[in-house]
Design a protein around this ligand. Structure first.
Ligand SMILES: Cc1cc2nc3c(=O)[nH]c(=O)nc-3n(C[C@H](O)[C@H](O)[C@H](O)COP(=O)(O)OP(=O)(O)OC[C@H]3O[C@@H](n4cnc5c(N)ncnc54)[C@H](O)[C@@H]3O)c2cc1C
Length: 333
């Protein structure tokens, strides 16, 4: 694992642009015929659209995060028709999971899987509703990130920036199913099936890399000295915040977990959290455990019979410390 950033961050990238740089390098060095990834829709820049990129200079089009679903793997058929046998794919965990299930029958000569973590996703239409709630001129927002220091960062078309602490987000105004059940019960936040995962959650203000195998190591080495790598930091204690989150998920009864906190206290806690809350790897661990807890609680409420097939044993190990243990019919023996 590394804390990382490109020495020269790329314009338009979500963080410094490590993800799309890897695609660029793979094309430049002719190790792949195409990179399968998402570009913005021509009419709605927040809408992801699958694309096969064959020129390294075109990777710039894909930079940035767009919230929404789009059928990335549908273009595998197009890749096959075009005779592309060597592919690089950039995807979120659910896309990579499906890709690995199909991998054998694709009969590719080369496959590089560059993953990003994904905590939650929603439809682009829902995301537009969220943008409308957080700013009077939502159409001018060009960038949004849920940062690891408990703030949402917004950038605008006029170059301005704005930070909103999580605690001040108008979550109570969002529809209860803003995040669909599939995302609320996802147990692969960190994209375990990728060759390299590129996120920010454990990066304390920089990016966070998890190199998962030799292929991932080779990918990273292509960036040479254009990337700065250091050991991830870790501080604070996640136990209290994760326990508090669990209580809120229980109280929310299937909706979004709203914090039960008086309004006057919110700015104080919002100021304190980045200073004393879990940070770096401890923050990443907190999010992984929160996702595990959410999975169990939401499935118990909405689809209890699916638990034994959808909750792997390692997830129960994470939830045990919070008093959440499997009942006999919830284990897949
Ligand atoms: C819905 C979503 C939720 C995320 N949640 C987290 C999180 O909780 N924690 C975390 O650490 N990181 C998360 N990420 C990843 C994070 O936003 C950055 O993309 C990542 O850190 C890479 O930054 P970069 O500068 O290297 O990316 P860039 O070089 O800017 O490249 C970004 C890549 O992401 C692709 N992409 C953009 N939108 C989508 C989409 N909707 N579906 C699939 N691919 C897409 C682009 O096509 C591009 O290839 C999330 C990403 C998405 C798409």
């Amino acid at each position: 694992m590394y804390r990382a950033k490109l020495k020269n961050p790329l314009p338009g990238a979500q963080w410094s642009g490590i993800t799309t740089s890897l695609g660029e390098k793979l094309l430049e060095t002719n190790q792949v015929d195409a990179i399968l990834t998402m570009a913005p829709d021509a009419l709605d820049p927040w809408k992801p659209t699958p694309i096969l990129i064959t020129q390294s200079t075109d990777m710039a089009k894909a930079r940035g995060m767009r919230m929404g679903y789009a059928p990335l793997l549908a273009l595998l058929d197009v890749a096959k028709e075009k005779g592309y046998k060597r592919l690089g794919i950039i995807g979120i965990p659910c896309q990579v999971y499906a890709l690995r299930a199909l991998e054998k029958e694709l009969s590719l000569e080369q496959l590089f899987v560059i993953g990003t973590p994904c905590s939650d996703n929603t439809t682009t239409a829902n995301f537009h509703e969220f943008l409308q709630l957080i700013d009077p001129q939502p159409e001018t927002i060009t960038y949004l990130e849920f940062r690891a220091d408990y703030q949402v960062e917004l950038r605008f078309s006029n170059g301005k920036k704005k930070l909103i602490p999580f605690l001040k987000l108008p979550l109570s105004k969002l529809r209860p199913d803003f995040f669909p059940l599939t995302c609320r019960t996802c147990v692969d936040y960190t994209n375990t099936l990728s060759d390299i995962t590129i996120g920010y959650m454990g990066g304390t203000g920089e990016q966070w890399l998890i190199v998962r195998n030799e292929r991932g190591e080779n990918l990273l080495s292509m960036l040479g000295d254009s990337i700065t790598l250091s050991s991830p930091e870790s501080a604070g204690n996640r136990f209290g915040p994760v326990k508090g989150f669990m209580k809120n998920v229980e109280l929310a009864a299937g909706g979004l977990p709203l914090r039960q906190m008086p309004d006057w206290l919110r700015p104080i806690v919002a100021w304190l959290m980045p200073k004393i809350g879990p940070r770096g790897l401890e923050f990443a661990r907190a999010r992984v455990e929160m996702k595990a807890i959410e999975t169990v609680l939401h499935l118990r409420r909405e689809m209890p019979k699916k638990i034994k097939n959808m909750v792997p044993n390692h997830v129960w190990k994470l939830t045990k410390q919070y008093g959440l243990q499997p009942k006999s019919d919830e284990l897949n023996q």
